[in-house]
Write a protein that binds this ligand. Sequence first.
Ligand code: BTN
Length: 263
Amino acid sequence: MSTTIPYDLAELNAALQESLFSGKVHFLPETGSTNTLAMQAATAGVEEGTVIFTDQQTAGRGRNGHNWHSEPGAAILVSIVLRPKILPTQSLWLSLMAGVAMHDAILRTCGIACDLRWPNDLLIERKKVCGVLTEISADAEQLRFAVIGIGVNVNQPSFPGEIAGFATSLQMETGKQWSRTELLAAMLKSLETQYRGALTTEGEQALLCRVESISSYVRGKRVHVDEAGGYDGVTDGLDARGFLRVRTAESMRTVLSGGVRES
Ligand code: BTN
């Protein structure tokens, strides 16, 4: 159990004045999953920029049906409602954009340049420090809304059991505790910057270049892909929509949503 530095809501609100999130930030001491709550709130019509965050999740969800473990008060657990006017098929860029934004916020606040494992895991020395779960509601032509759920391991002194093999925290990497208020404010500001930038056609291309520049996974990485029964290959860049290309012994394949890990 770690000692918890509580959020300072006044400081957070002050830092977010004049941002997309101003006056739309909601804190709950505990909830099942901020993504589940945000999806419900978005369905009920809350504004773009609504933020829900908590100190503890009892049913945190990760990508590909995994759970997201969190110790009370140590992590940033936040979900953001966005309403971009894009096709449902363009929603990958939301995930990429969120990964880049979190990379930049951690770099600016803590001085750590994480590696980005496609599409948006942030790693320090091959261990995961931040994960993003993007969920959407859409009809055939247009996205109704997206919820970007972000978990950052901040002040955990250690992890239990098998999680210890693949997770790390900012405290474990730097030996000091970090202000979750300051980091959350930086994350949201960075998300707004990336979001506004990526909404343009040029921004979309710039985003893909940026992903390449901060990720050791995009080119020349030997990986295993948990998709279509699982396969191995070497990464070979992103296609025009941001999907990861992997050269196998037989052909060039495109990873659509499966987990990618170094092999
Ligand atoms: C992943 O598998 O890497 C994605 C993890 C996303 C976890 C965050 S924590 C806040 C939000 N609420 C959830 O239930 N999941 C996301």
